[in-house]
Design a protein around this ligand. Sequence first.
Ligand SMILES: NC(=O)c1ccc[n+]([C@@H]2O[C@H](COP(=O)([O-])OP(=O)(O)OC[C@H]3O[C@@H](n4cnc5c(N)ncnc54)[C@H](OP(=O)(O)O)[C@@H]3O)[C@@H](O)[C@H]2O)c1
Length: 295
Amino acid sequence: MPAATVTVFGGTGFLGRRVVATLLEAGREVRVATRNPETVDAAARASRVESIAADVRDPEAVARAVQSADAIVNAVSLYVEGQGLDFESVHVDGARNIAQAAEGRPLVHVSGIGAHESSPSAYVRARARGERAVRDACSNAIILRPSVLFGPNDAFLRTLDAITRLPLIPLFGRGDTKLQPVHVDDVAMAVLHAMDDPAAAGQIFELGGAATDRYREILALVLAARGRKRWLLPVPFMLWHLLAAIAACLPSPPLTRDQVLLMRDDNVVGPDAMGFEALGIAPRNVSAVLTECLG
Ligand SMILES: NC(=O)c1ccc[n+]([C@@H]2O[C@H](COP(=O)([O-])OP(=O)(O)OC[C@H]3O[C@@H](n4cnc5c(N)ncnc54)[C@H](OP(=O)(O)O)[C@@H]3O)[C@@H](O)[C@H]2O)c1
């Protein structure tokens, strides 16, 4: 039977808000667990959305947030460490707290493509350890690993849009890294389908969009959509690492070592991975909705 009430950790985030909307459209009651319940917007509160204060690092608050819920979603993220937050406490300890509190109830844990424990990126290593902690605490947890997310008001296309305003566009290396950007609403739908599908229990799904493109090809799409003509300048990764090291001295660095490392490796669905097809979803590609997303 489909879950009637779902607690969504990270329900105030880019993906989490779309998960909440998708669950509401499917007739579910939603409880958004956030550190700041007042940020859950009034429109959401007026519908079937309840908000509850919970920091995922606090096991007792997590347990309160999932009380009487039929299913749980973890769409929490932390991309840059600082201000008392680190990858280990959010992506590993926080993920474990949620998985333990789930006590066998359907749990959808959102991670990311490429999570592996030997990665040079502290962020990616923490995502992988988080997945292991979730699996150890809750063997039936469903793990979703999306590629980079796009959609209206996203961070990905908005950043590319800003970059393509520059007179000369610096590339990560030669811009050859392959990405499989995935629409945020397709991932939100995957959360719903996975939660409702008993066959998904205990499985890992890698979620990529309909098209795989190199970084420079996606930049070219944005340039064409904006009617801009620019030179693309290959910049060795070594130089990016140097820039990230310098930026690390700033209070709010515009570029981090982890972001540079993430751009070194392809971010695409593995050849043998289960994905959207197994969940009965046909994903979109960037070019189909680019103009709408750029606004
Ligand atoms: N965006 C992408 O391109 C992308 C790509 C691949 C995978 N993913 C994965 O998708 C998921 C969602 O990412 P997103 O980009 O939507 O994240 P986001 O917009 O940055 O939102 C982060 C969310 O995490 C919550 N959060 C952070 N620390 C918390 C804590 N200590 N306790 C409770 N909540 C906390 C925030 O809630 P409050 O601030 O309200 O507490 C917020 O709702 C993550 O697992 C991410 O790794 C995203």
